[in-house]
Design a protein around this ligand. Structure first.
Ligand SMILES: Nc1nc2c(ncn2[C@@H]2O[C@H](COP(=O)(O)OP(=O)(O)O)[C@@H](O)[C@H]2O)c(=O)[nH]1
Ligand SMILES: [Mg+2]
Length: 366
C-alpha cells in the first residue's frame, strides 16, 4: 500500500550550503588579589570535522546558532589557579571552508577530525591584569560547503550526460555506448552571450544500489552534495543497464535516482532540481514524454509497479521538465536558459531568507 507521506512533493530549495554562527570564547575567571591567585582561562570555540554531519543538522540542533565556550573558574583559596573553562566544539561536516563574516578564510575542514579554532577564550585575571579577567571575544563566522559546480548531472549510465555536457558547454568528456565512461567529475562551463558563466559537473556514473556503494556509489553521491542544484537526466526511452537487469522506463529511472539520493542523504533532495528528458530525436519520443509527464503528475499511482523498496518516500517536484536531444541540439538553448533562471531564483530566495532572518533578529532585540 502506498503511504500518505509518499504523496506529498518535496519542497525544494531548502538545502543549506552555508551557515552563519555566533561564537564566543569563554570568559576568564577572577584572580585572587589577596593571595596572588590566577583565574582560569576561558575555553575556546572550535569547529571539528565530523563524518555524517550536515549544515542542516547543526541548524536543527542549535536553532539559535550560538556557541559559547565555558568560563574559567575564579581563583579561590582552595585552588589558587582557577581551572580552565571547557572548550565548545561545533561538529561540522567535512569539506567546509570556515570564514569570518566578511569572507576572510580562517581555515578548512578537509578530513575527519580537522579542527579550526574560531573564538579564543579570555585570559583569567592575574597579577598583570590587576586580577581582572580579560573580555571574551565574540563574532560571527560562516561555514561554507565547498562546491565543485553550480549544477550536477544525475543520471544512470547512457542517459546522455556526457553528450549533454558537450552540447551545452565547452567540455569534451568521453562519450561511449557503454557504462562507466565517466570516472571523475568533468566540469563544463556554460557561456552566455553576456559573459555570464555557469559550471556543470558530469559526475561518475550512478547505478542502482549506489547508496550501498555499488559501482562508483559513494564517490558519486559525495559529489552530488557539492553542487548547488541537480539536473536529472533520463533517456526518454528508458534504459537497461545490463541484460540481466530489468528494463526501466524514464519514469522509473527518475524514481530510482530519487531513491538512491534519499537512501544516501535525504537532504540532497531538498536541492532545486530540473529534469532533462534526453534523446527526443528517437522514434515515439513525443508519446513517451507525454506519458512521463502524466506519470510524474500522479507518481503514487504509477509507482505501484515498482518494488516497495525502490519507491521514494517523497517525490521530487521538478522546477522544469525539459525535453532535449543532445544529438541534434533540440531544446539545448531552452535548457541553458532554464539553468540560468533556476540559479538566479535560488540566489533571490536565499537573499530573501537572510533579510527575513535579520529582521527577525532585530525584532527580538527591540
Ligand atoms: N539518439 C540519441 N542518442 C544519444 C543522445 N545523447 C546521447 N546519445 C547516445 O547515448 C549513448 C550514451 O551517451 P553518453 O553521453 O556517453 O551517456 P552518459 O553515460 O550518461 O554520459 C552514446 O552512444 C550517445 O551517442 C541523444 O540525444 N539522442
Ligand atoms: Mg558519461
Amino acid at each position: 500500500m502506498v503511504q500518505l507521506t509518499r504523496v506529498c512533493l518535496r519542497k525544494y530549495g531548502k538545502f543549506l550550503d552555508n551557515l552563519r554562527l555566533y561564537v564566543r570564547g569563554g570568559s576568564g575567571g577572577m584572580g585572587l588579589p589577596r593571595l596572588g591567585g590566577q583565574g582560569g582561562d576561558g575555553g575556546d570555540v572550535v569547529v571539528v570535522a565530523t563524518k555524517d554531519m550536515t549544515l542542516k543538522r547543526i541548524k536543527d540542533k542549535y536553532p539559535e546558532k550560538r556557541f559559547v565556550a565555558r568560563a574559567g573558574e575564579n581563583s579561590s583559596v582552595k585552588a589558587l589557579k582557577g581551572e580552565r573553562g571547557k572548550d565548545c566544539s561545533i561538529m561540522a561536516p567535512i569539506g567546509i571552508t570556515v570564514t569570518t563574516d566578511d569572507g576572510k578564510v580562517i581555515g578548512h575542514l578537509n578530513a575527519p577530525g580537522d579542527r579550526v579554532k574560531v573564538a579564543k577564550g579570555a585570559r583569567g585575571g592575574s597579577y598583570h591584569s590587576l586580577f581582572n579577567p580579560s573580555k571574551a571575544k565574540h563574532h560571527h563566522i560562516r561555514l561554507d560547503l565547498k562546491l565543485i559546480a553550480d549544477m550536477g548531472l544525475v543520471g544512470f549510465p547512457n542517459a546522455g550526460k556526457s553528450s549533454l555536457l558537450t552540447a551545452v558547454s565547452n567540455a569534451t568528456p568521453q562519450i561511449a555506448g557503454y557504462a562507466f565512461t565517466t570516472l571523475k567529475p568533468e566540469i563544463g562551463k556554460l557561456m552566455y552571450k553576456d559573459h555570464k558563466q555557469i559550471s556543470v559537473a558530469d559526475l561518475p556514473g550512478l547505478i542502482e544500489g549506489a547508496h550501498l556503494n555499488k559501482g562508483m556509489g559513494h564517490k558519486f553521491l559525495k559529489h552530488v552534495e557539492r553542487t548547488k542544484q541537480l539536473l536529472f537526466v533520463v533517456d526518454v526511452g528508458g534504459f537497461q543497464l545490463a541484460t540481466k537487469t530489468p528494463f526501466r522506463s524514464a519514469f522509473e529511472a527518475v524514481q530510482l535516482l530519487t531513491k538512491e539520493l534519499e537512501l544516501y542523504k535525504e537532504e540532497l533532495l531538498s536541492k532545486p532540481a530540473l529534469l532533462v528528458v534526453n534523446k527526443m530525436d528517437l522514434p515515439d519520443a513525443e508519446e513517451k514524454l507525454a506519458a512521463l509527464k502524466t506519470q510524474l503528475q500522479n507518481p503514487e499511482e504509477f509507482c505501484s509497479l515498482l518494488d516497495e523498496d525502490m519507491i521514494p518516500k517523497e517525490y521530487i517536484a521538478f522546477k522544469h521538465i525539459l525535453p532535449v536531444s543532445a544529438l541534434t541540439g533540440f531544446g539545448i538553448e531552452n535548457l541553458k536558459n532554464c539553468i540560468r533562471q533556476s540559479l538566479h531564483d535560488e540566489v533571490e530566495m536565499k537573499t530573501q531568507v537572510v533579510v527575513e532572518e535579520k529582521l527577525q533578529a532585530l525584532r527580538q532585540h527591540l
